[in-house]
Design a protein around this ligand. Sequence first.
Ligand SMILES: Cc1cc2nc3c(=O)[nH]c(=O)nc-3n(C[C@H](O)[C@H](O)[C@H](O)COP(=O)(O)OP(=O)(O)OC[C@H]3O[C@@H](n4cnc5c(N)ncnc54)[C@H](O)[C@@H]3O)c2cc1C
Length: 568
Amino acid sequence: MLIDGESLEDQYLLQGDVTVVGAGPAGIVVALELAKAGYEVILVESGGLQFSERAQNLGETPYFDQRVHAAMSQCTRRQIGGASRILGGRDVPYDPLSFAARSYISDSTWPVSYEEIAKYFQRACDKFFCGDAEFDIRNIPEAKQKSIVPGLPAGEVLTSSLERWSLPTNFGREYFRVLNSCSGIKLVHSLTCTEIECNDSGRHVTGILAKTLGRKSVRLRSQAYVLACGGLETTRLLMVSDRKHSGGIGNHSGRLGRFYMGHISGRIAKVHFTTPPKRTIYGFDRDSKGIYVRRRFSFARNLHHERQLPNIVGWLANPDIYDPTHGSGVLSFAYLMLTSPVVGKYLASEAIRMAARGGLSRRIVLPHIMNMLRDIPRTLFFISNFGYRRFVSRRKIPGFFVYSKSNVYPLHYHGEQTPNWDSRVSLAEDRDVLGLRKLKIDLRYTARDIDGVIRAHQYWDEYLRKHGCGYLKYIATDLHASVWDQAADGFHQIGTTRMSDYPDSGVVGKHCNVHGFDDLFIASSSVFVTSGQANSTFTIVAFALRLADHLRSVVLRNLPQRTNARSV
Ligand SMILES: Cc1cc2nc3c(=O)[nH]c(=O)nc-3n(C[C@H](O)[C@H](O)[C@H](O)COP(=O)(O)OP(=O)(O)OC[C@H]3O[C@@H](n4cnc5c(N)ncnc54)[C@H](O)[C@@H]3O)c2cc1C
């Protein structure tokens, strides 16, 4: 059932079995699973059915370094569905290395194992509509060539690990009907949670205070509370709830807001393959269910341990589309469309459009038009073929790749940002229109992160040469400077409410309960201890499913289940 927060009376009390704050992928999954099990869920969402600048501004902050972090308006979305409304759709689970105890990376110990989370991968795939939980091309029989190029064996370097792609799955749209029709869920939108209230001992939640932009106050009360506001907003809500806890709820060990991580990504090299060009698998495969999958360069786990290398992968990319010297009509067409002030915003998120501009202030037009004119047949074929598959099909092709006759492809790396105490978010003095203090964001990369990227390229290069399949050629002259320059994130918000076995080393316990509380839980990548090489959302959903199971089987087990189970 859908409720507009503004339609409630001032001082209204909303009650249910569980309150879930935030209707992004994490919150929607927890709410659906609990409603399916027969519980009454209040799902509170700050945004509305449509995008609203006023709601979006509630998360905005001027306190961040633009060279290192995206603006919150680019990397979050205050609307039902959260940032899944604008995400790319790349689904990659955290791998065993992400959870492994690594003495060479400090503060990397998880209280849960890979195997424990991997149990949820198939259910997560089902939520994303991305097929089977198989992430290795060697186990997909219909893929004839298992490596990216022929003759490159699987050894210290692998080219068989896969990313899967969802529809891309906009949770706000895909699950809207069921959220709206399910009697067990009250989805209250346009209502922003502003404070978690505790009892005198500060160990139980007595309610959550929420406000509308129209200045109404609403109180939410239930047996258990799940914060699923996204990595940074979840942390902010805990921090502003500081009446009984210095520095906010969950700050008992001083770690709330610390260890903020994203990923390190960019390009410093091109791969020059010396194998037959036509046999390079540079784009997407499709599995037997038609799901788009893509191969990545990675390393065997023992190599990471032996060489103390952070977790990192790479994939073959297109040349920079803004640079017309690529000579491709297809890339030039894509550039002109994405950077168009008229149609660009209908085609891709602001983040993707900014990347397409390549940081140039002036839009290059004529050389790109010349490329298209020189390449008319291919460009026209691309417009009709890609246009259909991207904008008409329900399962959208995630992107496009252009074949390189010379068998040379830029290599895009995506690696973990290692845990760092000094990388953090904290509260500023000034407030948003509802009175919540704004966030100060200080995302910091370290020399170890930079060094990891450079060494990974060295090992990839050595391996290609050793097997006579090619080599890397650097495009940057000063590698360190180039990796530092490109190090930036904000799209994956990890680590600021980290998990730990014991309260003195983290914010939440292994069931994602805030340490010291048995009724307050977090469903977000903010609980992750390391950032891994994978984009976060798939693992967020796996953790959300696990949390829902825990709430059902342990926390709520004595509550009577209601009859709404059938309606989900
Ligand atoms: C442009 C872009 C591309 C991306 N591409 C990918 C990708 O390809 N693959 C991938 O894995 N990830 C990707 N991501 C990241 C992905 O979108 C996030 O990991 C994911 O959306 C996080 O889900 P969530 O439910 O934890 O949080 P969110 O999606 O952020 O949802 C949180 C919800 O909580 C609401 N909220 C916040 N504060 C409050 C409050 N105080 N009270 C009530 N409600 C509140 C918000 O309005 C929002 O709806 C991308 C992100 C962006 C921005």
